[in-house]
Design a protein around this ligand. Structure first.
Ligand SMILES: Nc1nc2c(ncn2[C@@H]2O[C@H](COP(=O)(O)OP(=O)(O)OP(=O)(O)O)[C@@H](O)[C@H]2O)c(=O)[nH]1
Ligand SMILES: [Mg+2]
Length: 321
């Protein structure tokens, strides 16, 4: 079954790519990723995050159009929160991106943000690998930036765009959530808004408080709805990409992403095995003894007091790969 799918993937059939991503979403992607991982690493990967409604999908559509004009092919992963409240947004995304549906140089995929084996990053990273291996020149991952899980896109993409909109109090909140630290490019979208200049000033003064070593984030103002500022945004992306390559930071960054991914898979598997054993422990056994029982099942007699070190030891093992 995988052989047929891989053969169709090799022939460049988009349907095979779609099916491969679905397999990854349902936790059956391992053989595919194993077969295709070597082919990935060529695409330029871009993460786009920001609060709900800031214009991420509109920006994505405008970027896709721009990138296509440059003759490059592009894959888009739109990570929707699985909350039922997001259905409107989901529909919105579909409508805005529809114009690209008939273009074979564009592949668009929506993914739910919950229920993956390796967290948000799990299936999303797999999908990005598959699009990359399929041969797309550019892969864009759009996620709503509201918390920790979205910071994980920093582990997937080479270049992170953080979109903000004028006239909303999001900036401070996002700073608190740590999302501003991951920005390679700040995008002030809706620059047609009267508060747009004010927001740019806020971002600049905020950047002064952060200590950047190496790349200093660029700030680009756009009006995505009118495709304004998109060329400048693309230029900033290209400049960051060139910085990563000339400084050699790209290797470091990709190594970090790789370790993050391996660790998430290993810890996820370990966690599920531990869960299964814990469920079988009889009531009344003292928790320390019970934890020793659990560890013994994995041939590990480490002192329970040191059990948190398991996390550290997975980290160390992954580093040594
Ligand atoms: N005035 C103005 N409105 C814009 C601009 N860009 C997008 N919008 C509008 O902002 C709204 C939200 O745009 P989306 O692209 O769906 O935003 P999003 O960030 O993808 O939203 P979620 O996926 O729900 O988080 C839509 O009504 C857009 O038409 C812009 O540059 N100026
Ligand atoms: Mg959207």
């Amino acid at each position: 079954m995988n052989d047929d799918l891989l053969a169709a993937f090799d022939r460049g059939e988009q349907r095979a790519l779609a099916r491969a991503i679905t397999r990854c979403e349902s936790g059956e992607g391992e053989p595919l990723i194993r077969a295709l991982f070597d082919r990935a690493g060529r695409a330029m990967t871009i993460g786009l995050t920001g609060p709900p409604g800031v214009g991420k999908s509109t920006l994505t559509a405008a970027l896709v159009a721009h990138v296509r004009r440059l003759g490059k092919t592009v894959g888009v992963i739109s990570v929707d929160p699985s909350s039922p409240f997001s259905h409107g947004a989901l529909l919105g995304d579909r409508i805005r991106l529809t114009e690209h549906f008939v273009d074979p140089g564009v592949f668009i995929r929506s993914m739910a943000s919950r229920g993956h084996l390796g967290g948000v990053a799990g299936a999303t990273a797999d999908a990005a690998t598959l699009m990359d291996a399929f041969g797309y020149d550019v892969v864009i991952v759009e996620t709503v930036g509201v918390g920790q899980s979205e910071i994980e896109i920093a582990e997937i993409a080479d270049t992170i765009l953080v979109a903000l909109q004028p006239g909303s109090g999001d900036t401070v909140q996002m700073l608190k959530a740590g999302i501003l630290e991951i920005a390679d490019v700040f995008v002030v979208n809706k620059r047609d808004h009267p508060m747009a200049i004010q927001l740019q000033r806020e971002i600049r003064s905020m950047m002064e408080m952060l200590d950047y070593g190496g790349w200093v984030p660029q700030l680009v103002a756009t009006q995505a709805i009118a495709a304004q500022g998109i060329e400048a945004l693309w230029d900033a992306i290209v400049e960051h990409d060139a910085y990563l390559r000339t400084s050699g930071e790209i290797a470091h960054k990709r190594r970090g992403a790789y370790e993050h991914r391996v660790r998430a898979l290993a810890l996820g598997a370990l966690e599920r095995r531990v869960e299964a054993v814990v469920a079988g422990i009889p009531d009344g056994r003292d928790p320390y003894a019970a934890a020793h029982d659990v560890l013994a099942r994995f041939g590990d007699d480490a002192a329970v007091g040191e059990a948190p070190l398991r996390r550290a030891s997975v980290r160390a093992t992954v580093k040594g790969l």
